[in-house]
Design a protein around this ligand. Sequence first.
Ligand code: HEM
Length: 196
Amino acid sequence: MSAVDLSAFTGLTAMVLLTLNILMGLLVSTNYNSVKQWPHRKLPWPLFRIHNWTGYSALAVAALHPTILLFSATAKFHIVDVLWPLASPGQRNYNILGALTFYAFALVGVTSYFRPKLGSRTWKKLHYTAYFGAAVMYLHGTLIDQNLKGEVPDFLDGEKVLVEACFLLVLGASIWRARYGSEKKRRAAARVSESV
Ligand code: HEM
C-alpha cells in the first residue's frame, strides 16, 4: 500500500466518523431517548458523550490524512501545503476544500470544548459551522482524484460511492431534523392558542 493509498484510507475513515458524528448530533438535538425510542434500551454511554468522542477522534484521523502525504514521493507535499494549501501541488482547489473542511470542524471541536465558557447561545451559533464543514468535506471527497493524477474521478468507484452515500444520508437526516423542528414549533404554538 502506497502513502497516497493510506492517506485516501484515512481520509475516508475521517469522513465516515464525521458523518456518524453529524447524524448523532442531529439525534441529540431532538432530545432522543434510547429507552423510550428504538432500540428501547440503555446505550453503553450517553449519546452526547459518544457524539463528543467520535468528533475528537475524527479530527485526529483527519489531521493524519494529509500528514501522510508528506511521506509520498509522488504527492510532493510540504508542511505548508498541508496547513495552507493555497499553492499546493496537483489539485490545489480541492486541497483548499480539504483544508476548509479541517479548519471548520476544528472550530466546532475547540468551541465545544470551551462550551461552558462560551455560553450555550454563542456555542450553538458556532456549532452550525458543522454544516459548512460537511458541505465542503463531501465536495472535497467526491471531486478529488485519489490517484493524484489530476483526472476526473470515476464517480461510480466504490470509494466515491461511499462519499456520495454519506452525503445523501446527512442531507436526508438534516431535512428530517428541520421538519421535526418546525413541527415541534407548530405544536407548541397550537398548545398556546388552545390555552388562551
Ligand atoms: C476533515 C478534513 C478532511 C477530510 C474529512 C478529508 C477526506 C477525504 C476523502 C474522503 C478523500 C477521498 C479519498 C478517496 O476517494 O479514496 C480525500 C482525498 C484527498 N485529500 Fe482529503 N480530507 C480532509 C482534509 C484534507 C486536507 C487538509 C488536505 C490537504 C491540504 C487533503 C488532501 C487530500 C488529497 C491530496 C486527496 C487525494 C489523495 C488522497 O486520497 O490522499 N485533505 N480526502
